[in-house]
Design a protein around this ligand. Structure first.
Ligand SMILES: Cc1cc2nc3c(=O)[nH]c(=O)nc-3n(C[C@H](O)[C@H](O)[C@H](O)COP(=O)(O)OP(=O)(O)OC[C@H]3O[C@@H](n4cnc5c(N)ncnc54)[C@H](O)[C@@H]3O)c2cc1C
Length: 415
């Protein structure tokens, strides 16, 4: 292909499509091509938020972002706050609702509303989208040349919006662009799965498979509490899942040391309150066996697992419990520990922690500090957010910053 695009966006996902549209909205004259390796654009977006697309969050604290320098994201997140993101989509015909935790979803509760809005707007604004068009190489010169399965594309500006590994190759995410950029001298931090289930020692969890419990889950590293989250924890044959587990899993493959998940199985009661209840149970239920002792407090199988973890026999009599036994059972209910081994991997993760070192990029424009006209946006950068709409928010806000810069440079060149 001989023509030189003003902009080639590598990746037709959340950030790439938003950048392409924003550029065209601001300056129709700018020619924009989106190069997407999959047969469809927005394939990952369609499954986000369990098919509902949790696009942003009303809690905008920077503490929900991670990376070597999370402060890199601050400018973009403030400039393009959740209301700006909503406004952008309102103009594309999508309106939003938020739930009690601040998560914002399209009012249709269908991710397809968001993907369709992006797709139709790209078409109507004249964004050239090329699918089945994997970028395999880039050369730098006066203009950039991208080698793809559909031939070469030349562009004055290139925007890397190719994501990283999360969701795996079925969603187009195998880190191919990160590898390519590293081979060209770009620096990257270590990449690991985040927002992901945890593989644990299975002797306890396997017997509890399928049980859901409202708990506080804490990640303990070398005996010290690292992060905790409250919510519904799910026991699985491989380990633990559920929102609080996904939220604390980032540390599992990133931090050194021994990791344990501590579950507070009755987070709304203190240890003393539990001791008092269990002591009264001892008096009233003295004739029962221990396998029934906790069944009015916890899921029956879970209660039995606690009794076993306390080193007591399920067939023993409640009346035979000592004060120490009751204290031990109570502290196990508040601190039920399961050794974490690994995560279930990139394929199952919602985001990749790590990525291109942000110190190589300007935080206001997302432009490379070394290569004029080369941008990186979204997940490929070493910024990852918590579960709750934070990753899509950064994908969009970083896209708009890059788009702003491209439009500004274009207008300066024309002036
Ligand atoms: C199951 C799941 C649920 C999620 N739910 C939410 C949620 O509800 N809220 C939230 O905030 N975040 C969610 N996320 C995370 C969010 O989807 C990502 O952080 C976000 O999509 C990142 O946007 P991106 O544009 O950087 O990358 P992506 O959306 O991953 O897009 C990258 C695109 O680049 C393409 N590509 C890759 N390599 C090449 C190449 N060499 N050549 C051409 N194209 C290439 C890919 O095919 C892909 O289409 C979820 C993720 C998953 C996997």
């Amino acid at each position: 292909m001989n023509s030189v695009y003003d902009v080639c966006v590598i990746g037709g996902g959340a950030s790439g499509l938003a950048a392409a549209i924003y550029i065209k909205q601001k300056e129709r004259e700018i020619s924009v091509a989106v190069l997407e390796r999959l047969p469809r654009i927005g394939k990952k977006l369609i499954i986000t938020g369990n098919g509902r697309c949790n696009i942003t969050n009303t809690d905008e604290s920077l503490s929900h972002y991670h990376g070597q320098n999370p402060g890199f994201a601050e400018y973009a997140l403030k400039k393009y706050s959740n209301t700006e993101i909503e406004n952008f989509f309102n103009n594309l015909g999508v309106i939003f609702v938020s739930d009690e935790t601040g998560r914002v979803y399209p009012s249709s509760l269908q991710a397809s509303s968001v993907v369709d809005a992006l797709r139709f707007t790209c078409d109507s604004l004249g964004v050239n989208t090329f699918v089945n068009c994997m970028v395999t190489d880039v050369t730098f010169g006066d203009t950039y040349t991208l080698k793809t399965e559909k031939g070469s594309f030349r562009a004055k500006n290139i925007v890397f919006a190719a994501g990283l590994f999360s969701g795996g190759v079925r969603l187009g995410c195998d880190g191919s662009i990160l590898r390519l950029l590293k081979s060209k001298g770009e620096k990257s931090t270590v990449v690991t799965p985040a927002i992901v289930q945890i593989n644990t020692e299975t002797d306890i969890v396997r017997s509890l498979k399928g049980i859901k419990v409202n708990a506080t889950a804490a990640m303990i590293i070398n005996g010290k509490p690292f992060r905790s989250e409250k919510g519904e924890v799910l026991f699985c044959d491989y380990g633990l899942s559920g929102p609080p587990i996904l939220q604390i899993a980032r540390a599992v493959e990133r931090e050194k040391g021994e990791k344990t998940v501590s579950l507070d199985l009755l987070p709304d009661s203190s240890t003393d309150e539990i001791i008092s209840v269990l002591s009264s149970f001892k008096r009233t239920l003295h004739y029962r066996n221990l396998d029934e002792y906790l069944s009015g407090l916890l899921n029956k199988r879970l209660g039995q697992a606690v009794i076993k973890a306390a080193g007591l026999k399920l067939s023993s009599n409640v009346g035979g419990l000592s004060k120490n036994d009751i204290v031990k059972i109570s502290s196990l209910i508040k601190n039920f520990r399961i050794k974490a081994l690994s995560t279930t991997g990139f394929e199952n993760s919602q985001v990749t922690a790590g990525g291109l070192c942000t110190n190589g990029f300007d935080n206001k424009t997302m432009m490379s500090k070394l290569r004029k006209g080369m941008y990186a946006i979204g997940e490929i950068l070493d910024i990852d957010g918590d579960c709750g709409g934070y990753n899509l928010h950064f994908a969009f806000s970083s896209a708009f910053c890059a788009a702003d810069s491209i439009v500004k440079e274009y207008k300066n060149d024309k002036a």
